[in-house]
Design a protein around this ligand. Sequence first.
Ligand code: URA
Length: 215
Amino acid sequence: MDWIESTRRLLEAQRDMGIREFWVRSEAWDPWKVLRREVEGCRKCQLWRSRRKVVFGAGDTEAGIMFVGEAPGEEEDLRGEPFVGAAGELLTRMIRAIRMERREVYIANVLKCRPPGNRDPLPEEIEACKPYLFRQIELVKPKVICALGRIAGGTLLGTSLPLSRLRGKVHFALGTKVVVTFHPAALLRNPGWKRQAWEDMKLLRREYDGLELRR
Ligand code: URA
């Protein structure tokens, strides 16, 4: 029996007992609370066994820009917050470079639980977890999404193309513009890529501002 059917039966039984009104606590219907509760109890793949904390997402739930990373690392798994380690520090600087603060954007990952040893997410883990990300996007309704790295870009755009084919342009997916750039952890390993990342961040800001691309 699904929940609609069981609720209907409960209400009918109460009506038969003469109950004519009832109150619903509104937080039970807050879509963010419902989603967070679901994600925090998730066991759809094996990562729940090794996680310390679920990393749901953080920031302004009405943000115009949403950043999407790959998966929590060690620090994020301990604290339950996205991008709080070394890569997170660089992400904060990238956000500031486009004249915004972290609290003004929304930040989430494709995976909500840490893959052991920070290995790449498995395809079945991405499949299991991506509906949560898509629901977050549906709720935030950002003007532009910035996908950080190949995994985030590929998941949002439904492609396995390399990052070099995805970055530097504006895509459209899930009803939103998507700009793909390097993952900050990759930029820490390859500082020479920062110039191209800066071009992507300027493109992101222009799309957010609604300006035409001028090269
Ligand atoms: N890398 C990610 O992709 N996400 C985090 O939250 C931290 C590091």
